[in-house]
Write a protein that binds this ligand. Structure first.
Ligand code: TYD
Length: 132
């Protein structure tokens, strides 16, 4: 089974342009307690390199593009986030974001407030957790 769970966000476009609406527990499978976005990422910089114990997240490049790598400790897959109506569920997977375009704005919807204790930042620890 693929690790890449993509959501095709409905585009409510008309002749004026496009609009995407996201509703918790309807468009996406969790309640949104936090929203953050990453932009101005410098060339050759990669981000992420962690997993979460409990947090659920959905990522969308609302402008530009970047490559999301998802890893469950057994397999590793990648997907380009290159459209404002293409969203990927991160779940509890190890994730890395690479190859940000200069104009990239990566929007992330999160199910919990920020909590550093929920992070697994060490890949070996992630492997231990998923193989338990
Ligand atoms: P981090 O999650 O490590 O970023 P990335 O996964 O993109 O590499 O977060 C970077 C810094 O920002 C870190 O010091 C924690 C802080 N931060 C918050 O304070 N609140 C948040 O909601 C997030 C996501 C990060």
């Amino acid at each position: 089974m693929s690790l890449i769970q993509l959501l095709d966000l409905p585009e409510l476009g008309d002749e004026r342009g496009s609009l995407v609406a996201i509703e918790e527990l309807k468009t996406i499978p969790f309640q949104i307690k936090r929203v953050y976005y990453i932009y101005g990422t410098q060339e050759k910089v990669a981000r992420g390199f962690h997993a979460h114990k409990k947090l659920q997240q959905l990522a969308i490049c609302v402008a530009g593009k970047c490559k999301m790598i998802l890893d469950d400790g057994t397999q590793r897959e990648e997907v380009w986030l290159d459209s404002p109506n293409k969203a990927v569920l991160i779940g509890n997977l190890w994730h890395e974001m690479h190859d940000f375009s200069q104009d990239c704005v990566l929007l992330v919807l999160a199910s919990e407030p920020y909590d550093e204790a929920d992070y697994i930042r060490d890949y070996q620890e992630f492997l231990r957790v998923v193989k338990l």
